[in-house]
Ligand binder design. Structure first.
Ligand SMILES: Nc1ncnc2c1ncn2[C@@H]1O[C@H](COP(=O)(O)OP(=O)(O)OP(=O)(O)O)[C@@H](O)[C@H]1O
Length: 230
């Protein structure tokens, strides 16, 4: 998927939270968005997914202007979004969470559903447990699997490592690196080492504006640290 954002503005009341944000994600690449707390990262992802409408600017999916599309239409076009806090259905079982997403996208019982589950073996072990009974790391795996059963072309992740134990962070990193090439990934991440291991390119947000973009290979850890240290 060719995904492009042009001159996005967003306001909450009179406060401007995004300012002329623009970037592109090449097919099969992982773009990491870095920035301090309050820089506007989560707001940006919500605009990209259509959860909130930007005040100005455009979102282009394979060249089509998707700015006014609903989240459901963006999802059908190949976007999948795992929000901060994961937002799984805690009353539904693990299986019901996965199956609901698969049914909504016509992948129920297909190899795509099984492949997504193969990435996170713990989910089959916990299949009949309510989502709310899972640990934070297990819930994050469930949220990722639920996104992946939709066979997305662009996976949008808001801080997938937040509050997750190191062995699960490592597993998530392996999964994302294995997915790259086949699908594009937009990663908002505060855990710099994880972002460096995973991303092909970076966009740095500061006070709602893009202050720097670059290939991962040209940006040092020391340089990137300046933009996320509080
Ligand atoms: N619903 C809202 N109403 C009003 N202001 C909001 C709302 N959501 C976020 N903000 C403000 O917009 C700014 C950007 O918030 P946002 O959550 O997008 O930043 P962020 O970079 O994702 O931060 P964090 O890393 O803390 O999640 C902040 O100043 C925040 O207080």
């Amino acid at each position: 998927m060719q995904f492009r954002v042009e001159a996005l503005d967003q306001h909450y009341g009179s406060a401007q939270v995004l300012r002329q944000v623009g970037f592109e994600i090449a097919p099969g690449e992982c773009l990491a968005v870095l920035g301090r707390n309050g820089a506007g990262k989560s707001t940006l992802l919500k605009c990209l997914m259509g959860v909130i409408a930007p005040s100005a600017g455009r979102v282009l999916i394979d060249g089509a202007d998707a700015t006014s599309w609903s989240p459901a239409r963006r999802s059908r076009a190949g976007l999948a979004y795992v929000p901060q806090g994961r937002e799984i259905f805690s009353e539904l079982t693990v299986g019901e969470n996965v199956e609901a997403a698969a049914r909504a996208h016509g992948t129920f019982g297909t190899p795509a559903m099984e492949e997504a589950l193969d990435l996170f073996p713990v989910l089959r072990e916990m299949w009949k447990r309510p989502g709310g009974a899972l640990s934070g790391g297990q819930q994050q795996q469930l949220a990722l699997a639920r996104a992946l059963v939709t066979q997305p072309q662009l996976l949008i992740l808001d801080e997938p490592t937040e509050g997750i134990q190191p062995n699960i962070v490592a597993l998530i990193g392996e999964v994302l690196r294995a997915l790259k090439g086949r699908i594009s990934i937009l990663l908002v991440e505060q855990y710099l080492d994880f972002a460096i291991e995973t991303a092909d390119a970076f966009v740095i947000l500061s006070r709602g504006a893009v202050v720097e973009t670059g290939r991962a290979s040209t940006m040092s850890r020391e340089h990137l640290t300046r933009f996320i240290a509080v």
